[in-house]
Design a protein. Structure first.
Length: 211
C-alpha cells in the first residue's frame, strides 16, 4: 500500500500543466525552495529531479519487500507509468473539462522561429505545434517573449504574433508571423530565435510555455 501511495504521489507531482513546469516544481517554488543549485542560470543539481528519484526508489523498495519475483518487470512497469500516465491525466482533463487556452497542448521544444532583415523591417515567422483537445474551436493571441541576449537585434522584446484559430480537436503545425522595425545597426540580418517563452491568450485566460 505504501508503495502504491508513493507511486501515485510521484505520478501526480510529475504532471506538467498548465505550463511546462511539473507540479513538484510549482510546489517547491511556492515554498521558496530553489529548483537548481544555481537558480540564476537554472543549471547545476536539479533538486526536484532528486526528490522524484527518491520517491521512485522508495516506492520500488516497498514493492520489492512485497514481491520477490519479476523485479525487472516491476521496474519497467514503473517507468512506463511515469512516462505515460501524467500525460493521460492531463489530456483526459482537457478533453472533458477544459476550454480555451487550457484545452491546448503546445510543445515549446519543437517551436521553430526564424527572422530576416528586409529593408528597415525584421520579418519573421514561427512554426507552432499545437493541439486542441476541446470540442469547441479556440482563437488565441500569441506573444513571444525573448531573453536578454547581448548584441542580439531582437533581444528582450515582446513580439506579438498573428493569432491562431484552431478547430475542435484540431492538431498540426501552425505558422504565426511577425514584423518588427530594425533599430540601430547590426550584422545579424537573419537567424533563428531560441530560449524564448510563448504565451497564448484567449478572451479570459492566458498560459505561458518556456522553451
Amino acid at each position: 500500500m505504501t508503495g502504491l501511495i508513493l507511486l501515485g504521489a510521484l505520478i501526480v507531482l510529475s504532471i506538467r500543466y498548465p505550463g511546462t513546469d511539473s507540479w513538484l516544481d510549482i510546489l517547491m517554488n511556492t515554498f521558496g525552495i530553489p529548483l537548481y543549485s544555481s537558480p540564476a542560470t537554472r543549471t547545476g543539481l536539479h533538486y526536484s529531479g532528486i526528490v522524484s528519484l527518491i520517491l521512485l526508489l522508495a516506492s520500488i523498495a516497498f514493492f520489492n519487500m512485497s514481491l520477490s519475483r519479476h523485479r525487472l518487470l516491476l521496474f519497467i512497469v514503473f517507468m512506463i507509468l511515469l512516462t505515460n500516465v501524467p500525460h493521460w491525466l492531463v489530456s483526459s482533463y482537457q478533453r472533458m473539462f477544459a476550454s480555451g487556452v487550457y484545452a491546448l497542448e503546445l510543445k515549446p521544444e519543437k517551436i521553430i522561429c526564424t527572422y530576416k532583415l528586409e529593408g528597415a523591417t525584421y520579418n519573421g515567422q514561427c512554426q507552432l505545434p499545437v493541439r486542441n483537445y476541446s470540442v469547441n474551436g479556440v482563437v488565441a493571441k500569441v506573444v513571444l517573449q525573448l531573453p536578454e541576449l547581448e548584441g542580439h537585434p531582437l533581444a528582450g522584446g515582446s513580439i506579438p504574433l498573428s493569432s491562431l484559430e484552431l478547430k475542435p480537436h484540431d492538431s498540426g503545425s501552425y505558422t504565426a508571423e511577425f514584423q518588427l522595425p530594425a533599430t540601430g545597426t547590426t550584422s545579424m540580418e537573419s537567424g533563428q530565435l531560441r530560449g524564448f517563452s510563448v504565451t497564448l491568450i484567449d478572451k479570459k485566460h492566458s498560459r505561458t510555455w518556456e522553451q
